[in-house]
Design a binder for this molecule. Structure first.
Ligand SMILES: Cc1cc2nc3c(=O)[nH]c(=O)nc-3n(C[C@H](O)[C@H](O)[C@H](O)COP(=O)(O)O)c2cc1C
Length: 662
């Protein structure tokens, strides 16, 4: 076989005597697609699609491996109830010459959200650093029974056709809690020195090996640096990895970072993180596990990066999490010389927010077809009837609709008021941490151009412009605009524009400005804080004002942690529970803000910049008149209801996928 430009990545290898056709691993990600503790068609498709797309080994989401882990969204493996579904799942993946490895994960005290968790178990009765959950410390008998149960469930999975198991012993989950001197204060054989703290996992590995034999893959996801003072830093991580692999019972190791603490963000590095943030630490840690294959992990999104890792010998394997949610055909496309057709992960962590905070099936801002039957290397099907389609708006929703409509054979034209496609996402991409977002609209533009999409830039299409084209169908993607805050009187409205307008001019400023930038925040999504960081780079002082008791409440928790950390490090002043007051003193550069409960007022002098970021109202004014003219109108994205990128790409895509199907 010609392995071409990706010779390293495409080279086969073996683990526990099982062949891997290449070096690509799918890292474990909870999908929230199981129902009633059973396998669903959607779940099977999600995994089969990633196998079909090229992964050599897939680590599944965590299963319910012990009776106490029973929840509807984890597939039950601790008894025989779900054997048929488990077999179907394994078969669907292994049929693509891809090894399916089940993940064993016990959260212990580790929780993302605050609240009382009376069911939590753990090493010691000490609070989790994030949720403050206090677990019940397991006694020795319970630990022994848990090991037996987990090993028994592993053997059951082996009978169902799974190729192995991975122990999720990082991320601040229970095995990690046992490793950590900060979380494990036990005085029995499962605490104390390194051997004591690693004993549970060592015994579990031994028990699984004894039950399942040599030809069963056992992988370990271990902490690299958990970012918790007194926890597992790089040195301790190396010692743990060395201790646990001495028995030679472990077939591969990967290292993950962060914990259930303020460092949780580290496990899913976002657009603010450098590329391959953990590669150099991994190079150091792998010295502790000589002869054991290591899987590189952490914000690897580009096939060239992955190839470099294998070719240089940094790691034997490359594990991808989010990048394979975005494009299951990541490897297939790269191998076929079509890397430019990959839809890239942009590190937004919408996927993570979906499965944790929203408890909804995993979804992706840049993949509108997650787990669809035709998801892998999807190509638009020609529509039954070709139509004249006009798309109004060239933001993410409009461009997604435009390229899909054109690729389905419609005569499609997109109108954009601005001179470039991408809409507000293009502005966001120019702010700190936003660069990767450009790949969403770049992909759409390239796909549109390939499909012959007409793109009219710099044209604010009016009703008569649209009608003149005699369209059969109009996709309205005209976005939404911020609603002026109540403190902004008409007298000041022209000199105090919204954040989107004013930040574009800040981007053009070259020199640092004297004075204070004040931003009123009733938005709480991530982009607002990216703008704050730009203001910090351009103004002497920045004050952020919000009527709520905290900031960034509409950002995923892991994103919020990064926002809070960076804004704190930059000494951004934040006034919570505050409303702005604008009066004549604004002419002298002075504004006031008052506490929303007690009315206490404070003053900010020397104001050089003032703006606001607020909830948005849809700009859907064209919908009614177009419908009255008898034209089919599909309203998508923010113009339907102001939300995020996920809904924009999804609705634009779905709309274009239905046009002409009747
Ligand atoms: C949506 C989502 C769910 C995840 N669920 C798990 C999980 O259940 N078990 C686990 O060990 N890691 C889980 N992770 C962490 C990933 O396995 C991986 O370590 C992390 O995403 C970093 O890899 P990436 O940068 O390639 O995405 C999850 C990550 C994401 C984004």
């Amino acid at each position: 076989m010609d392995r071409g430009a990706y010779a390293g990545l495409m080279s086969p290898c073996s683990l526990a005597g099982k062949m891997l056709r290449n070096r690509l691993l799918h890292a474990s990600m909870s999908t929230q697609m199981a129902e009633g503790a059973g396998v669903t068609e959607r779940l099977v498709r999600y995994y089969a699609n990633r196998a079909r797309g090229g992964a050599a080994l897939i680590v599944s989401e965590p299963l319910s491996m012990a009776r106490h882990q029973d929840v509807a969204t984890r597939v039950r493996a601790w008894n025989d109830d779900q054997l048929a579904g488990l077999e179907r799942w394994a078969q669907a993946v292994e049929a693509h010459d891809c090894r399916l490895v089940a993940q064993i994960l016990e959260r212990g005290r580790g929780r993302n959200l605050p609240g009382r968790n009376p069911e939590a178990i753990g090493a010691s009765a000490l609070p989790d650093d994030l949720s403050w959950t206090v677990p019940r410390a397991l006694d020795v008998g319970e630990i022994e029974r848990l090991i037996e149960e987990l090993a028994g469930s592993s053997a059951r999975l082996q009978r169902c056709g799974f190729s192995g198991v991975e122990l999720s012993a990082a991320h601040g989950h229970m095995f990690h809690q046992f490793f950590s001197p900060h979380a494990n204060k036990r005085s029995d054989q499962y605490g104390g020195d390194l051997r004591g703290r690693t004993r549970l996992v060592a015994q579990l590995v031994e028990a699984i090996r004894a039950r399942c034999g040599k030809q069963f893959i056992i992988g370990l996801k271990l902490p690299g640096d958990d970012g918790v003072p007194g926890g597992v830093g790089p040195q301790e991580a190396a010692a743990i990895a060395s201790e646990l692999t001495r028995s030679r019972n472990v077939d591969y190791v990967c290292f993950a970072h962060g914990s259930h603490a303020r460092s949780l963000e580290q496990h899913v590095p976002d657009g603010y993180s450098p590329r391959l943030p953990y590669l150099s630490l991994m190079r150091t840690l792998r010295r502790a596990v000589p002869g054991i294959p290591v899987a590189a992990l952490g914000r690897i999104t580009d096939p060239a990066e992955a190839e470099g890792i294998v070719a240089r010998g940094d790691a034997e394997l490359v594990a991808l999490g989010r990048a394979l949610v975005t494009d299951p055909a990541w490897l297939l496309k790269a191998h076929a010389g079509r890397a430019h057709e990959i839809r890239y992960c942009v590190g937004c962590n919408t996927c993570w927010d979906r499965i944790t905070a929203q408890r909804l099936p995993i979804a992706c801002d840049n993949n509108p077809r997650v787990a669809e039957p035709d998801e892998v290397d999807w190509r638009p099907q020609r529509a039954k009837r070709q139509k004249r389609v006009v798309v109004v708006g060239a933001g993410l929703a409009g461009m997604e609709a435009g390229w899909v409509a054109a690729a389905r054979g419609h005569q499609a034209t997109v109108f954009s008021r601005s001179a470039q496609t991408g809409g507000k996402a293009r502005l966001r991409a120019q702010l700190p941490g936003g660069e990767d977002l450009s790949s969403v609209y770049d992909y759409q533009l390239a796909a549109g151009q390939r499909a012959g999409l007409g793109i009219e830039l710099g044209v604010a299409a009016t009703l008569s412009d649209i009608l003149a084209l005699r369209p059969d169908c109009v996709v309205l993607a005209t976005g939404a605009s911020m609603i002026a805050p109540s403190w902004l009187s008409p007298e000041w409205a022209a000199s105090v524009p919204d954040l989107r307008t004013s930040i574009a001019s800040v981007l053009r400023l070259r020199a640092r400005q004297a004075g204070t930038a004040v931003l009123y925040d009733m938005d709480h999504t991530e982009g607002t804080y990216a703008a704050v960081e730009l203001l910090h780079a351009r103004f002497e002082r920045v004050v952020l004002i919000t009527p709520r008791d905290s900031i960034a409440q509409s950002a995923p928790l892991v994103t919020r942690q990064g926002i809070l950390r960076r804004l704190s490090e930059k000494r951004i002043e934040m006034a919570m529970l505050a409303e702005l007051r604008l009066d004549d003193e604004f002419e002298d550069g002075r504004v006031h803000y008052v506490n929303v409960y007690n009315g206490d007022a404070r003053v900010i002098d020397n104001v050089a910049f003032l703006s606001w970021s607020t909830p948005r109202a849809p700009e859907s004014g064209l919908a009614g008149p177009l419908r009255e003219s008898g034209i089919e109108v599909l309203v998508v994205g923010d113009c339907r209801s102001a939300r995020g990128v996920l809904e924009a790409t999804r609705e634009g895509h779905a709309a274009a996928d239905t046009i002409g199907n009747e």
